[in-house]
Design a binder for this molecule. Sequence first.
Ligand code: HEC
Length: 130
Amino acid sequence: MKKVILVGLVTVGTLFAGSAEALMKQNGCFACHAVASKKSAPAFAGIGMRNKRFEGANAKEVIMHSIKNGSKGKYPMFSDTAMPAYPNFTQEELSTLADYILSQAPKAKGRRGQGGCSGKKGMGRRGMMQ
Ligand code: HEC
């Protein structure tokens, strides 16, 4: 019995990470994004961190909204490229993707900008940090 439960848990864990990454592969997210490094779009780790820091409890919703509707101008360093809208994801898929992205945020709560994703200029939202 114990064994069955264990196998079940491992499978759920693998499916969770696996399906977010599979969705990303299928939809070409990695053409612009990487998990931990910058390409023509911010790293998912940086996105997770930025939204946790600036959006707090709304972070997941904001990420889901940006994937569904696209985004431009939020990360000035990447203003040459726009995030395309993906209106066909279900809420569940958006939720899986957002959880995955948030889970990539560095665990240490560094206050200093890492990886240049904190948006140097024009954000005017520093006051919301605390
Ligand atoms: C054509 C290149 C490109 C593709 C393909 C792409 N993105 Fe993006 N993405 C970007 C750019 C550029 C930004 C920064 C947008 C900005 O500055 O507002 C971005 C931003 C984001 C953000 C941050 C939004 C926020 O509100 O903080 C998320 C989340 C994201 N992308 C997820 C995805 C996912 C998931 C996929 C695949 C389904 C994907 N992206 C595919 C270019 C891309």
